[in-house]
Structure formats: structure tokens, C-alpha cells
Design a protein around this ligand. Structure first.
Ligand code: HEM
Length: 136
């Protein structure tokens, strides 16, 4: 059975538990809290964030819940995420994305979870952050 799964990795993907379940709600809340505390103090990107910190933390908690395979909490409140479109009013350069990812990586690293899960989280977030770049 295991051999069959290894020969057909897509079967393993289907069977795999969502990252949201592996992480758990408590750790997701910790992640979002620590991430935005870092973002709001980051010299490169803090200027972009004008909304109240607790509001953006809560939106990101709803978004990451569904992004990581949990219930669609963000969409049920705000509609389709259209994440790139929602970021277009903000000038985001590659340097900004790198700074965003550095904050995220520090927040992920601080979580009391296995290294494997930390790696999986960053693997999902890196391409998404680079996709938000909208200015040379
Ligand atoms: C690449 C670097 C990124 C930068 C510089 C950035 C910056 C921003 C800014 C300035 C806002 C608006 C904050 C405000 O209202 O004051 C925002 C909103 C948001 N961002 Fe990002 N972002 C980045 C990447 C990402 C990524 C990778 C995700 C998801 C994994 C994400 C998810 C969100 C969400 C869910 C919101 C709230 C959207 C809403 O208003 O409903 N962002 N971001």
C-alpha cells in the first residue's frame, strides 16, 4: 500500500492532511500575531500598512485558514480573495516581498511545531508572496 502511494505521489497528496489541521488554530493565531508585530516594525514595509493592526491580523487569520486548507472563513465574509487585485493599490516591489517573507519566516520559525511543517508552510507562502509583486 505504501509502495503504491510512493509510486503515485498524487494519491498521497489527496490523502494528506491539510496544513491548517497540522498547524492548529492556536498556532495559526500565534503566527499571525507574531508576523504582524514584525511587519509593523519592519523598516522596509511598515509604511504600507495603514489599517489597524488587529483588523489586518484578523483578516489574515481568516485568509490563511482557508489558504491552508481549512474552512473558507475569509471568502464567507469578504468574497473571493482576488489577492493580487487586492494588493494592486499598494506598490509592492521584490524587496518588499523579500521583507514580507523575512517577517513570515521569523514568525514561522518561532512556532512550537516540527521543522517539516515549518518548511511546508514557507513552501506555500514563498511563491504567493512573489506573485504579489506589482512594481519593478
Ligand atoms: C509580498 C509582500 C506583501 C506585501 C508588501 C503585502 C502588503 C499588504 C498590504 C499593504 C495590505 C493592506 C493592509 C492595510 O489594509 O493596511 C495587505 C493586505 C492583505 N494581505 Fe498582503 N502583502 C504581501 C503579501 C501577502 C501574501 C503572500 C498574502 C497571503 C498569503 C497576503 C495576504 C493579505 C490579506 C489577506 C490582506 C487583507 C486583504 C483585505 O483587505 O481583505 N499578503 N497586504
Amino acid at each position: 500500500m505504501v509502495e503504491l502511494s510512493l509510486n503515485r505521489p498524487w494519491d498521497m497528496d489527496l490523502a494528506e492532511e491539510p496544513l491548517f489541521n497540522k498547524l492548529g488554530e492556536g498556532n495559526l493565531q500565534l503566527l499571525v500575531d507574531r508576523f504582524y508585530d514584525l511587519v509593523f516594525e519592519n523598516p522596509q514595509i511598515s509604511r504600507l500598512f495603514k489599517t489597524d493592526k488587529s483588523v489586518i491580523k484578523e483578516k489574515q487569520r481568516l485568509f490563511l485558514t482557508q489558504f491552508l486548507g481549512g474552512p473558507p472563513l475569509y471568502s464567507s465574509q469578504y468574497g473571493h480573495p482576488r489577492l493580487r487585485a487586492r494588493h494592486l493599490p499598494h506598490t509592492i516591489t521584490a524587496d518588499d516581498a523579500v521583507a514580507w517573507l523575512a517577517c513570515m519566516s521569523a514568525a514561522v520559525s518561532s512556532l512550537p511545531v516540527e521543522q517539516q511543517l515549518k518548511d511546508e508552510l514557507m513552501e506555500r507562502l514563498i511563491p504567493t508572496a512573489m506573485f504579489m509583486v506589482n512594481r519593478e
